[in-house]
Design a protein around this ligand. Structure first.
Ligand code: TRP
Ligand code: ZN
Length: 315
């Protein structure tokens, strides 16, 4: 409706009358309950800035961020400093694997019902052959930026939020398994969901959603449907990431993934673009998994999806 069809009423007058109407409605108790706050857009530039930092950390520490190497601890210190400055309560959990000390980083956002914990996590270690920017700087950066967005919004969800960065995933899900094994059964039962983000910016991306907890799966699927992006069920090695220990302990899990060494089919290239007959990530576990090994559109959509799921499932 154009204002010009309402002669004699300025837009200011119209605004005042609408405000009066709303005030009257709410006094009468007729106003609907406010909708849960929507997740903010996650700025791609912020996510990419974290990837640049991970790349620099690898470069300064022998070219990788692998378990037991200096680049891993430097990555953890980088993420922890950001979270501490943003008001999170951070905890470093230490473990030993292959004779070397490993670390998980856990960040709790104060508030919410601690009997209903929503967790989002990603592995922070790379393999020793490279910087691990898609695997898994991408998930680590998206989860970090989602946590920082929670702080910027001063989001106060109904449920309690906990973010995690796992060590030694590449040695066989060691850090996440250690965390789950060391939870009391009471504390395990308080986790209402665990969301995993491992490889979410593959250069020749697919849009895969884990086929685990149906409610979590639906939140991700609906998000992509809203963008008009087709999804498929994740099948490239179910159980090959840090959601597996949670799932095995009975925690509802979900997550998203853009593909590793599997090949994109012609049908997949038709719906997602990219190159058929080529791996989703040709640099998987290789030295070429650098900041050049990222599809910005996939990373942007998936970072926003992570924030959306965290908001939606914790409200
Ligand atoms: N981090 C996994 C690995 O190195 C990558 C991977 C393979 C994956 N398949 C997956 C991650 C399925 C999530 C879901 O083996
Ligand atoms: Zn990985």
């Amino acid at each position: 409706m154009k204002l010009s069809v309402l002669p004699g009423r300025t837009s200011a007058a119209l605004a005042v009358s609408v405000a009066t109407l709303l005030a009257t409605a709410s006094i009468a108790g007729a106003a609907p309950a406010p909708a849960a706050a929507a997740a903010p857009d996650i700025p791609l530039a912020n996510v990419k800035a974290h990837l640049t930092q991970f790349q620099s950390i690898a470069a300064a520490n022998g070219g990788n961020r692998a378990h037991g190497r200096a680049g891993y601890k430097a990555s953890l210190d980088y993420v922890k400093a950001k979270l501490d400055a943003a008001g999170f309560t951070t905890t470093i959990q230490q473990f030993t694997s292959s004779g070397r000390t490993g670390y998980n980083l856990i960040a709790d956002w104060p508030g919410g019902d601690t009997n209903q914990v929503v967790m989002a996590g990603s592995h922070l270690d790379s393999v020793s052959s490279g910087a691990g920017i898609n695997d898994n700087g991408s998930g680590s950066a998206a989860v970090l930026e989602t946590a920082l967005a929670v702080s910027r919004a001063q989001y106060q969800p109904t449920k309690h939020l906990r973010f995690a960065w796992w060590g030694a995933e590449e040695l066989g899900l060691v850090g996440s398994r250690y965390y789950v094994n060391n939870l009391s059964s009471a504390n395990r039962a308080k986790i209402s969901g665990y969301l995993n983000f491992d490889m979410i910016g593959s250069p020749n991306p697919g849009y895969f959603v884990y086929d685990d907890d149906p409610a979590i799966e639906k939140v991700f699927k609906d998000y992509y449907a809203g963008l008009g992006v087709a999804t498929e069920i994740e099948t490239e090695g179910d159980g090959r990431s840090d959601h597996a220990p949670f799932k095995n302990a009975g925690v509802p899990v979900g997550g998203i993934f853009t593909g590793a060494s599997n090949t994109k089919s012609a049908a997949q290239a038709a719906k997602w673009g990219g190159t058929s007959g080529q791996a989703f990530d040709r640099c998987y576990h290789s030295s070429c998994d650098t900041t050049s090994n990222i599809n910005d559109t996939a990373l942007n959509r998936n970072s926003d999806a992570a924030a959306h799921a965290v908001w939606e499932l914790s409200s």
